[in-house]
Design a protein around this ligand. Structure first.
Ligand SMILES: Cc1cc2nc3c(=O)[nH]c(=O)nc-3n(C[C@H](O)[C@H](O)[C@H](O)COP(=O)(O)OP(=O)(O)OC[C@H]3O[C@@H](n4cnc5c(N)ncnc54)[C@H](O)[C@@H]3O)c2cc1C
Length: 467
């Protein structure tokens, strides 16, 4: 009973599959960040068996890396509804809904207690290295949707799943320094002299920056946050490189900015540039990085071939993030060619059209791939779009889990209650004055799109408020 001219027969496939019919298997969630753990909460509420795989040795390992940064959306937008119900049933009382937590507080006050509720259903140090269908490569079609997913972990162990919710984020795959999206020559060899976005300049990483000359590359708010922190070190020399011809977009609208905190950030940055505290290199297209002794020479080559060079002690690459779809390369994905989200999601999150507060509610329909049962969610679902908010991720997983549970009515009833701008701004001036100010970790996107200088309430003036 062969179903093709050569290779495995259908009978053989049945024999492989028989011991583990998909329905009896858990849903596997990849990543125990805010969105992966929210998915787990929804699965738990719906009585669906699940397992969360977390690559790090602690929950929310990526958030932990920017634990010193205070977020720009208040607690009320950062806690998933199902997670809240489970936590409250366990005696947890939530933090002040209007307060802006740091990444570390997100973990200690919310994500760690949530993960604790799930016990050994959250496996730490379990990195998903590859995903496929048991006995099926990407080409084989017949009966594909009836076989379990196969997940191979870094250490070689293999697991099976009835569905996969991939919430592995983008933080571990930052954009390169090279101006054209390709690595700059010598970038890899520069090694530890290049830090990715948001080092803890005033805290744990202070010694690496004090008394040194640092080049910050990038035009978004992560770059701005690092620059402002560096400016607080008396003896640090600071250079800032951007591709754009001027820093106008990075400065935002000052007092007229739709987002007051963002405007304030830009105003402070502008003052440092104008006073000479920060040296701005505009039109800087990073081409090569050459390590020499303890320093690095960074050469810009613009599209006309003109070069400029700067020699520094350290580089902070605040150039944004990109998704890594390689673990799912044996699955059938339909990706938007620009953003790397699903095609249906791309126009809804396009940073040329939307800020994070104007992204419409979306769920299982927008997140589905041709591969039934595989969903990339959370910040990974947005690909390179800098418009992601935890709140949108929570609605994504509510919808996806409802669909997995067969409740299509709930799955398609997607809702999101975000003010167009307030989610990103709420009384941030105070937080701004805190140790490291505000940041979003996403910086590259703003280079391509004008920051809205519009009045509050403008909804389609472009720019990612998360950028
Ligand atoms: C500095 C910064 C500030 C931000 N501020 C805000 C804000 O104010 N408000 C807001 O709404 N959003 C904010 N965001 C955007 C976004 O909400 C966060 O990035 C959020 O952490 C995304 O959640 P996530 O669960 O999708 O991904 P992540 O938090 O990135 O979690 C992914 C998890 O998957 C794990 N993982 C990765 N690969 C694998 C693998 N192969 N196998 C197993 N596990 C894996 C990682 O270790 C990590 O724990 C901010 C982002 C940054 C970087």
């Amino acid at each position: 009973m062969s179903d093709r001219c050569c290779g495995t027969t259908a009978v053989e496939i049945e024999q492989i599959v028989a011991p583990a019919a998909p329905g009896a298997l858990p849903v596997v969630v990849i990543g125990a960040g805010p969105v992966g753990l929210a998915a787990a909460a929804h699965l738990a509420e719906r009585g669906q068996d699940f397992l969360v795989l977390e690559a790090g040795e602690r929950v929310a390992a990526s958030v932990a890396q920017w634990g010193h940064v205070r977020v720009f959306s208040p607690w009320k937008y950062n806690i998933d509804a199902a997670a809240k119900r489970l936590l409250e049933a366990d005696g947890w009382s939530g933090p002040d809904p209007e307060w802006l937590p740091t990444g570390a507080e997100l973990i200690s006050d919310y994500l760690a207690p949530l993960a604790k509720l799930f016990g050994d259903k959250v496996r730490l140090g379990a990195k998903a290295a590859a995903i496929s269908r048991l006995g099926y490569d990407r080409v084989r079609t017949n009966g594909r949707e009836d076989v379990p997913f196969l997940i191979r972990l870094d250490g070689g162990e293999e697991l099976r799943a009835r569905a996969i919710i991939d919430a592995s984020g983008t933080y571990v795959t930052p954009n390169v320094l090279g101006a054209s999206g390709l690595p700059a020559y010598g970038e890899a060899e520069a090694g530890e002299l290049v830090d990715h976005a948001l080092p803890d300049v005033l805290g744990a990483d202070r010694a690496a920056y004090e008394g040194r000359h640092t080049l910050v590359v990038g035009a978004g708010h992560s770059a701005a946050t690092t620059l402002l922190a560096l400016a607080q070190l008396d003896n640090a020399q600071i250079t800032w490189a951007i591709r754009a011809g001027s820093a106008g977009r990075s400065y935002g609208g000052g007092a007229a900015d739709a987002l007051p905190a963002r405007g304030a950030l830009g105003t402070r940055l502008r003052a440092h540039v104008e006073s000479g505290r920060i040296q701005l290199l505009a039109g800087f297209f990073t081409h090569s990085v050459t390590r020499s002794g303890g320093q690095v020479s960074v050469v810009s080559r613009d599209p006309s071939g003109a070069e400029q060079t700067v020699t520094v002690d350290r580089i902070v690459a605040a150039t944004g993030y990109r998704p890594d779809h390689s673990i799912a390369s044996e699955l059938r994905l339909d990706l938007d060619p620009i953003l790397g989200s699903t095609r249906r999601l791309a126009p809804l999150i396009d940073p040329n059209q939307h800020s994070c507060g104007t992204v419409p509610a979306h769920g299982v329909d927008e997140l589905s791939h041709p591969e039934p049962g595989y969903y990339a969610v959370g910040v990974k679902s947005y690909g390179r779009a800098p418009t992601f908010l935890m709140a949108t991720g929570y609605e994504q997983v509510r919808s996806v889990v409802a669909a997995i549970a067969g409740d299509w009515e709930a799955a398609r009833d997607v809702q999101l209650d975000l003010p167009k701008t307030g989610v990103c701004s709420s009384n941030l001036a105070e937080a701004q004055e805190q140790r490291v100010g505000l940041a979003t970790g996403i910086s590259g996107g703003l280079l391509a799109t004008p920051l809205p200088l519009a009045t509050v309430g403008a909804s389609s003036d472009g720019g990612g408020c998360c950028g």
